[in-house]
Structure formats: structure tokens, C-alpha cells
Design a protein around this ligand. Structure first.
Ligand code: SF4
Length: 468
């Protein structure tokens, strides 16, 4: 049985978050929101703040409901009604055509009173400071702040919080904390990583004119680049044979850069291709205790284009880890398993500690998969007459499967021995997305996500289809 996360209002972490001045301060748990459903899920599972942005001015053009100002207003109001914070992301690096109407376009958004704006462009920051001097500004990770002098610079420019560059070690974060005790610091602890410094990448723009700095990156670093066969000669040098006959005795695969003809770099390739620049995903849950001890103000989860299921899993796990750290307890190892329940590209703790390239990059595949479980449905309602709960199916599952029910009040397992279709007939299979089935679950399971325990190869590709 998976461990239960304590997300109740009495959770020690949440209490500490509301009690400034305690010896070990509880950092904010900041979750991504690409939709109102993600926002609700984040708060239900223990987040204390969310971030969201309009597609035009933030780096998430896709899967983003907050282009509609009415939706944005609902999000801000809902966060405030729950006593939590809503940060508005406005972190593109705009060209002149986009700054012309920036202040005019932002006026109705600022009027909604988000708790801060997350920004990176110095010009836009200056414009906001001049027009709305009372508005708090958090410096985006896109600004690549890597030292305490830069933090002081941004503080002098009116920034109240700096989201540190992902490319820092724990010791470097600690040093900046020491040097800059009066500036709020935020770090990413979970989510996708770039192969470049965040925001300093032109791959997507180069390959298909989709600029990462305008929010439309196509993840070109994760494409499957084709290679050619090569051979190793007697002296150990790598040769790339041109003749078809020689290709048949290829011993290695190589890539050749156009400006360095004859210089072949060995590379691994599977039947899909090769993934030379594909970083693993960040998972720094094992470093939460140290980050709390350092005194970081906010721990952030990446993933505004991902699913409510992803938000539930990550927020629940990091809530538990933060509460344990604040209470002086060691990390619950079960949390590592919970995060394996999400599709991922392989996990790394990134730059927080030293790694070999093999530990930080996934050379074998560009898609995400989970070796533990597959998201299969949402518990939508409960029928007291039949004692069954309605489940909206997301992926296939069947009678006989071991299911995990993931709920804000705690998770539990279910060995599925029966289910019914929408007509009340017994069925053995829930075929997939678009179907509804009824399962023997308690009324308290409404609002839960359902995952099916699986073996790794079964999830490959599937999970990408549901943006987990
Ligand atoms: S192409 Fe890859 S490294 Fe470049 S911005 Fe996009 S995700 Fe990051």
C-alpha cells in the first residue's frame, strides 16, 4: 500500500507555511497550472501557490487555458479564496512588435491582482515597475541568475524574488542564500530540463522556426537524429564507410559534423534513431531537506502543459517531502516510487550534485514512460444505490488489474474484481479514452485519479498521448 501524504489543513508543512518566524521555515510549494482543473488539483493535493500565464506573453503557447481573461480571473479569485497565491507568468523575450501594446494589454490582467508577475526581460520589467510600482516581480528562471551579485542587481531593479538558474549546485544555492538574506529565492525541484541553459536555446527556432524564447519550443533536442554506420579500424580510429558492402560490417554508429569532415563521433542508436541532446527529467525530491535547511523560499514544479494527474502526483509527493523535512524527518523512500508512477524520460537531480553525462541524459529514447504505473481514469461520482463509483476512462484497464487510487486524503490500492458499463452490465475491460465504467470504490474516492500498475514497456508512447 503506498504511503499516505498528509495534505490536511493540519499538515505540519502547511501550518509552518502560515507561521513565519519558526526556526525552520517551510518553503512555498509552487505548482504549474495550464488550466483551472490543474489549479484545483494543485491546491487539493497540497500546493500553496500556482503559476499560470497568458499564451501571448508567457513561454507556454500550447495547452494553456489562461488566454481567456475570464478564466484567468476565475483562477486568481479561486486561489485567493483558498488563501493561496497566484503568480502570473509574463516571461517571454519580446521583440519590439510585442512590446508596443504590452502595458495596454496587461492593464486588465494586473487589475485581477495576481500576487506577483514572473518576468525575465529587463525592458518589460522596467515598464511594469514604472506603470504599476506596487506590483511584485519575480525574476524568471529564463534570466539565468547564477550568482549573488546578479541577485543583488535584480533586487536593486525592484525584483522581490529571484528564481535561480537550474544550473546551480546545492552548495551554490546555499552560498547565494547566505549572501542575499533579504531576497526571496526560488528553485525548480521537478520537471523537464533543457540541454541548454533555460531560454538560451535556438534549436527549435533553427529547425522549424518555432522559437523557444517566444513560448513555442518543439523540443528539437529530443528528436531522433539519424546516424550512419561506421567501423573501427586496426588502430582504433573510427571510420564511416561509404560503400554499402562496408556498411554491412558496421561495428558502431557515428555522427559527423559538417564543419569537421572525417571526425566521427560514436553514438548509440536503436530502431527509432538516436537522442544525443535529450536530457533526463529533474527529480530533486531527495534534496528537499537540504533546500529547506538552506532556507529557499519556494520549491517549484515545472509542467504547465502536462496533465492534472501529473500535478496530483508531483504536488502530493513534494508536499509530503516538505512536511517531513520541516518536521526533521528523513525522506520517505516511497515517494521516489510514487514519482516513478509518472511518465518520465529517466530522472536526474540535475546540477544540484555532480553527475556523469550518462546520469543526466537519456540517449535511448525521446518519449516519456513509467516503469510503475499508467494513468487510466478519473473518479467522477458515486452512486449510493449501487455502491459503485463512476470512472472516466483515460487508458485501457481490465478486471484482474491492480489499481492505485490517488486522492488528496491519501492513496490506496484496489485489486479490481468487477466493474460495470454505463448500462449496468458487468464488463471485464474498460477499453480506453471516451468510455465510462463503474467500479467498487467508496464515496470518498470521488476526485481521485486511477492508475494501473504496469511493466515498463507497456507504457512506452501511450503516456505521451495523454500528455502525462
Ligand atoms: S529544444 Fe530542447 S533544449 Fe532547446 S529550449 Fe526546447 S526543450 Fe530546451
Amino acid at each position: 500500500m503506498p504511503s499516505r501524504a498528509d495534505n490536511s489543513p493540519d499538515s505540519p508543512g502547511l501550518q509552518a507555511a502560515r507561521s513565519p518566524g519558526r526556526a525552520l521555515r517551510c518553503p512555498e510549494l509552487l505548482a504549474p497550472a495550464g488550466s483551472l482543473t490543474m489549479l484545483e488539483t494543485a491546491f487539493a493535493f497540497g500546493a500553496t501557490a500556482v503559476y499560470a500565464g497568458q499564451p501571448r506573453y508567457s513561454l507556454r503557447v500550447r495547452n494553456n487555458d489562461f488566454g481567456d481573461i475570464d478564466v484567468l480571473k476565475q483562477g486568481v479569485d479561486r486561489a485567493h479564496a483558498l488563501g493561496h497565491k497566484f503568480y502570473l507568468v509574463s516571461n517571454i523575450f519580446p521583440h519590439d512588435n510585442k512590446i508596443k501594446h504590452y502595458v495596454q494589454n496587461m492593464a486588465p490582467v494586473i487589475a485581477l491582482q495576481p500576487d506577483a508577475m514572473i518576468m525575465s526581460d529587463p525592458g518589460l520589467i522596467m515598464m511594469v515597475r514604472e506603470t504599476w510600482p506596487e506590483m511584485e516581480i519575480h525574476l524568471s528562471v529564463q534570466a539565468n541568475t547564477v550568482n549573488s551579485a546578479a541577485v543583488r542587481f535584480w533586487k536593486s531593479a525592484g525584483v522581490s524574488r529571484v528564481i535561480l538558474s537550474r544550473e546551480l549546485s546545492l552548495d551554490q544555492v546555499a552560498q547565494i542564500r547566505q549572501e542575499c538574506p533579504d531576497t526571496e529565492l526560488e528553485v525548480f525541484v521537478h520537471g523537464a530540463l533543457c540541454i541548454a541553459y533555460s531560454g538560451r536555446c535556438l534549436l527549435s527556432g533553427y529547425f522549424n522556426h518555432r522559437d523557444a524564447n517566444q513560448g513555442s519550443c518543439t523540443n528539437s533536442c529530443r528528436w531522433d537524429y539519424k546516424t550512419q554506420p561506421g567501423v573501427v579500424d586496426a588502430s582504433g580510429d573510427i571510420l564511416a564507410p561509404q560503400a554499402a558492402a562496408e556498411r554491412e560490417r558496421a561495428e558502431v554508429y557515428v555522427i559527423e559534423e559538417s564543419q569537421r569532415p572525417g571526425s566521427y563521433m560514436p553514438i548509440e542508436e536503436d530502431e527509432h534513431g538516436t537522442y544525443v541532446m535529450n536530457s533526463k527529467d529533474l527529480r530533486a525530491i531527495e534534496h528537499v531537506k537540504r533546500l529547506v535547511e538552506i532556507g529557499v523560499d519556494s520549491l517549484k514544479i515545472e509542467g504547465r502543459t502536462k496533465s492534472p494527474y501529473y500535478v496530483a502526483r508531483t504536488v502530493q509527493s513534494y508536499r509530503h517531502a516538505i512536511d517531513d523535512a520541516v518536521a526533521g524527518r528523513e525522506l520517505d523512500p516511497a515517494l521516489l516510487g510514487q514519482l516513478e508512477g509518472l511518465a518520465n524520460r529517466g530522472y536526474t537531480s540535475g546540477f544540484f550534485q555532480r553527475h556523469t553525462p550518462q546520469e543526466t541524459q537519456n540517449y535511448l529514447r525521446g518519449y516519456s514512460e513509467s516503469g510503475r504505473s499508467l494513468y487510466v481514469g478519473d473518479v467522477a461520482s458515486f452512486d449510493a444505490a449501487s455502491g459503485l463509483a463512476e470512472v472516466t476512462v483515460k487508458n485501457r484497464f481490465a478486471v484482474g488489474d491492480a489499481l492505485e487510487i490517488i486522492h488528496p486524503a491519501g492513496n490506496f490500492d484496489l485489486q479490481l474484481d468487477r466493474m460495470e458499463n454505463i448500462d449496468g452490465q458487468a464488463v471485464t475491460v474498460a477499453p480506453g479514452s471516451g468510455h465510462v465504467v463503474w467500479l467498487p470504490l467508496p464515496a470518498s474516492a470521488v476526485g481521485a485519479f486511477v492508475a494501473r500498475y504496469v511493466a515498463a514497456p507497456e507504457t512506452a508512447g501511450l503516456l505521451d498521448q495523454v500528455s502525462v
